[in-house]
Design a protein around this ligand. Structure first.
Ligand SMILES: [Zn+2]
Length: 253
């Protein structure tokens, strides 16, 4: 029962995240006006706006002009619904569930916006740092001190890497957005998870970069947005961080 409620809630939140993804980079209001088809501009009726189900019923096309609806919409709704389910399994119906669901939702929005526009909106990461620090006061998973150290280590370490990179290669590798994102990750997950997130995201990022180079068959010069890899690393750290750290310490006694 709880699982079903969490999936439905997750899909509804995912539908809202799609609105944020579409409108935040354009600095439009996320509440008004109502959603409309980008092709024919007709307002999307509530019965055509049911998360996941409407996309299937309409077969991915607008009811009026038959213009294609991006696969991004059901993907984000599905991933958000699954995240909600996994988080309720991990934390139960609790404040921790709410805070970490907000955290993962923020990561989803940041990932998609960074993929499209190569920016990470301050409007998400900066308030996120505050919300994470606030959460540490009321949830049992993280202490205030750990959250604070996470912010400093996350913001500080990536700032250092970015500065060094620019100094060596004379071009910008990582943006300031990545620094603020890692500070937010530190606020929610603590300083150990920051180290784990950096390791995991560099690994996933390198593998992806090499794969793209092989597939495209040429030198890979343009920068890949790093936000999606940081977000992936953070989600792995959230669900498996303690196990990974324990496993690492076990093999390096
Ligand atoms: Zn249309």
């Amino acid at each position: 029962m709880l699982s079903i409620v969490s999936i439905i809630l997750g899909a509804m939140v995912g539908s809202f995240l799609n609105v944020c993804i579409y409108r935040l980079p354009k600095e439009e209001s996320i509440i008004w006006p109502r959603s409309h088809c980008p092709t024919c501009k007709k307002i999307i009726r509530f019965y055509d706006n049911i998360p996941l189900i409407s996309y299937l019923l309409l077969r991915g096309r607008c009811r009026y002009c038959k213009g294609p609806i991006s696969i991004q919409y059901p993907l984000v709704e599905g991933i958000t619904a699954l995240s909600s389910l996994f988080l309720i399994i991990k934390f139960g119906p609790s404040l921790s569930y709410l805070f970490y669901f907000a955290f993962v939702a923020a990561l989803i929005v940041i990932t998609v916006i960074d993929l499209y526009h190569q920016i990470i909106p301050d409007g998400i990461s900066l308030p996120g740092i505050g919300v994470g620090l606030l959460a540490s006061l009321v949830i049992p998973q993280i202490t205030f001190l750990n959250s604070l150290m996470g912010i400093l280590l996350g913001g500080g370490s990536l700032f250092l890497v970015a500065t060094l990179y620019e100094w060596i290669f004379k071009r910008e590798g990582m943006g300031g957005g990545d620094v603020k994102l890692l500070a937010m990750i530190g606020a929610f997950l603590g300083w150990k998870a920051v180290i784990l997130t950096i390791l995991l995201s560099s690994m996933i990022g390198s593998i992806t970069g090499i794969l793209i180079m092989i597939l495209k068959g040429k030198d890979f010069k343009y920068a890949i947005p790093f936000g999606p890899f940081l977000s992936m690393g953070a989600v792995i750290a959230l669900f498996y961080g303690e196990n990974l750290i324990r496993w690492y310490l076990y093999w390096n006694r």
